[in-house]
Design a protein around this ligand. Structure first.
Ligand code: 7TS
Length: 420
């Protein structure tokens, strides 16, 4: 199916999302907080319900039929995720609670055991807190040093500065693919190639790219990639780590317990095969199976189609939001046809607090995020304490953007008259 026309979205796709069809504060809900979490299509909701109604059981342990069904569905979801990102094998996909847990897994398992005093970790000032704090903890424990890539004048990842920071001392580069605040799309293929020339490993935070763009981990050649299911139409409580098999093989377990062992003795234990070595305890079974359903749903729409439609909406959003004189949008400008950045806009309105804007818009049924979006260091670099952020997904429409712009203009006008 090709989604390039809004009619198809309104006629078909929006019907798949029951939550969108409601009023909030007496106005039709206009959900523009998709970078925080996406809504869930019926097929995902049905998958959760069907699992609990028909198959609920624990995985990898029972000889009975329900356990076999639950195990097949859970492992089937792993196959779907592996295919979705084009992993070389299913062993390379480890289910985690979310991207944050996946980054911590790499930090504690690989970082703690491979970094030495004086080794360097390169991050960027654009990173979400979840790709900063775990490395700060590991740097404190190992004596490794963190270096940060800054911004270009265009408010994008400074590739030239990255080239000047990287050296033989760099052991790890951990960077976001698409920024949740600036919306810039980082040149990850180049970053990875440069890092590999110096012998450094690369982790890619794909939280804001995988819901919107086709991802191919083999083509990208990243060493690890992390994502959260809840931003890509799946439930909360499920995410995943992709890792190259030989790397995961060499990494010690992150958490110990049931599910991840081969044999346990009183003195020591041996560990299970990949990926089970990293999945201690009863996993989020229903959520993982529902992630598989979400991946099927997204593949059915076509990631290329989703990306193309979102580019149209990006161009539209920037034309009208950027056209409001009091508004300053952060991050790079898209091209006239919406290319070159993600479908979100973090913005400030002169003299207005971002939380006041979001609270006022909520009265009009418009859901946007305000504050630092878990990128406090980036906001400090930009010299601001917070921004308002409208973030789009493929079920949004131009009509909704129109309604958002009207509501925002009214909000700006309201505050102007109150302060005058
Ligand atoms: N990395 C990026 C780029 C993110 O945008 C987020 C969440 C995370 C990591 C962490 O994801 P989690 O599922 O492990 O919590 N970003 C946002 C946001 O922009 N607004 O709310 C959450």
């Amino acid at each position: 199916m090709i989604i390039t026309q809004e009619r198809i979205i309104v006629d078909k796709v929006r019907k798949d999302f029951p939550i969108l069809h409601q009023e909030v504060n007496g106005k039709p809900l206009l959900y523009l907080d998709n970078a925080a979490t996406s809504q869930k299509p019926i097929v995902v909701l049905d998958t959760l319900r069907r699992y609990y109604e028909q198959d609920n059981s624990n995985v990898h342990r029972g000889a009975h039929t329900l356990s076999a069904r639950a195990t097949d569905a859970y492992e089937g979801a792993r196959d779907k995720v592996a295919k979705f990102v084009n992993a070389a094998s299913r062993q390379e996909i480890v289910f985690t609670r979310n991207a944050t847990e996946a980054i911590n897994l790499v930090a504690y398992s690989w970082g703690l055991h491979n970094l030495q005093p004086g080794d360097e970790i390169i991050l960027s000032v654009i990173e979400h807190h979840s790709n900063i704090v775990p490395w700060q903890i590991i740097a404190q424990k190992t004596g490794a040093v963190i270096k940060y890539v800054g911004l270009t004048e265009n408010e994008e990842f400074d590739l030239e500065q990255f080239k000047s920071l990287i050296s033989q001392k760099t052991k790890l580069v951990s960077v976001v693919h698409v920024s949740n605040t600036l919306g810039c799309i980082n040149p990850v293929e180049q970053i990875i190639a440069i890092a590999h020339q110096q012998g450094a490993k690369v982790l890619i935070d794909a939280c804001q790219s995988i819901p919107h763009l086709p991802i191919n981990v083999q083509a990208m050649d990243c060493d690890w990639l992390v994502a959260s299911g809840h931003k890509m139409c799946a439930p909360t409580g499920i995410g995943f780590l992709y890792g190259k098999e030989e790397l995961l093989e060499a990494m010690p377990p992150f958490l110990g317990g049931g599910e991840m062992i081969a044999e346990v003795f009183l003195e020591y234990s041996t560990y299970g095969e990949l990926p089970h070595k990293f999945e201690a305890g009863t996993p989020a079974i229903a959520e993982a199976i529902a992630l598989g359903a979400a991946v099927d749903y997204l593949s059915g729409l076509g990631m290329e189609n989703i990306h193309a439609y979102e580019e149209e909406l990006t161009a539209y959003l920037f034309k009208y939001l950027g056209g409001i004189p009091e508004v300053r949008i952060y991050g790079p400008q898209p091209t006239a046809d919406g290319k070159g950045r993600a479908a979100l806009a973090s913005f400030a309105v002169e003299g207005l607090d971002s939380s006041d804007i979001a609270t006022m818009l909520d009265q009009e049924g418009v859901a946007i995020r305000s504050g630092h979006h878990c990128t406090q260091p980036l906001h400090r670099v930009l010299g601001i304490s917070g921004t308002a952020r409208a973030s789009i997904y493929f079920y949004n429409t131009r009509k909704e953007i129109d309604a958002f712009i009207v509501a925002l203009k009214e909000t700006i006008e309201f505050f102007r008259t109150v302060t005058d």
